[in-house]
Design a protein. Structure first.
Length: 278
């Protein structure tokens, strides 16, 4: 395993200016992961920015990894919604195996919290959570679980929320035919919407912690550190499976709506724009 990680570490990224498939010109490397490399590129046919994912050479030798890579392309093809990247192309050449998708502009919540030092109070955090839940509900209605709803993969662009990186996405009820071990907290027999709810429980805690100022050297739980209303704590506890979990995303949406819009402050809450389908 260590040897494989060393091989991945020294795998060279494509050079800036490289043109793939006589169409996609590499602009910069966006990131590296265990399965692939991600680039920003210029689509010379459409005259717009795109994201190009390259499967690692070591992974390209594995049938399971190739199937997982192709699964991402199939899921992107099946989606038609402005809050998710549109599928553009797939191809293979001497340099590797690639998926091309629309580049969605915006700042990730990782960038907003840790680089721009943005703070999200209780109502801000719940409103953002509510709108992300609506997008996730759309995915689940299409039979898709995202499975990687972390702060780097949820973007905000002028108050519009977007979700990217469908590399781990699967169909609800699919069995783990790709031999991944990324989510140890969920039984591996088949994929469930609960994975997304648990991830969003952690996501909203990141938002809430953006205003937290530590006053003690003693390590405490989030329930001790964050001064949250009892009902808000209970919603998060259910999302994280600390309390008996929710049976559906609709139940979470209803509870978060009640938390937000039943209080006297609700009229002061500024709505966030969620990209609408169609």
């Amino acid at each position: 395993m260590r040897m494989k990680k060393w091989i991945d570490l020294f795998e060279r990224a494509l050079k800036v200016g490289t043109v793939l498939n006589n169409r996609y010109e590499i602009v910069r490397l966006l990131g590296k992961g265990g399965y692939g490399l991600v680039y920003e590129a210029l689509d010379n046919s459409l005259g717009q920015k795109a994201v190009v994912k390259q499967l690692r050479k070591r992974r390209a030798k594995s049938q399971k990894d190739c199937l997982a890579f192709e699964n991402e392309a199939a899921i992107l093809k099946s989606l038609s919604h402005p809050a998710f990247p549109s599928y553009i192309d797939s191809f293979q050449d001497q340099t590797g195996k690639f998926i091309v998708m629309e580049k969605l502009d915006g700042y990730s919540f990782e960038e907003l919290i840790f680089q721009q030092k943005k703070e999200f109070d209780h109502d801000d955090s719940l409103l953002i959570l509510l709108e992300v839940l609506k997008l996730v509900h759309f995915l689940h209605c299409q039979g898709i679980i995202h499975r990687d709803l972390r702060i780097p993969n949820i973007l905000m662009n002028n108050d519009q929320l977007l979700i990217i990186d469908f590399g781990l996405a699967r169909r609800i009820g699919d069995r783990d035919d790709f031999n991944e071990k990324n989510f140890k907290h969920v039984a591996r027999c088949s994929f469930s919407f609960q994975e997304d709810l648990m991830a969003l429980g952690h996501f909203v805690l990141f938002l809430l912690y953006s205003t937290y100022k530590s006053v003690s050297i003693r390590e405490k739980s989030w329930e001790e550190e964050l001064k949250l209303p009892r009902k808000t704590k209970e919603v998060i506890r259910k999302m994280l499976h600390i309390s008996p979990p929710y049976d559906s995303v609709e139940q979470v949406i209803e509870d978060v709506q009640n938390l937000l819009f039943s209080s006297p402050k609700s009229r002061e809450i500024k709505p966030i724009i969620v990209a609408q389908n169609g």
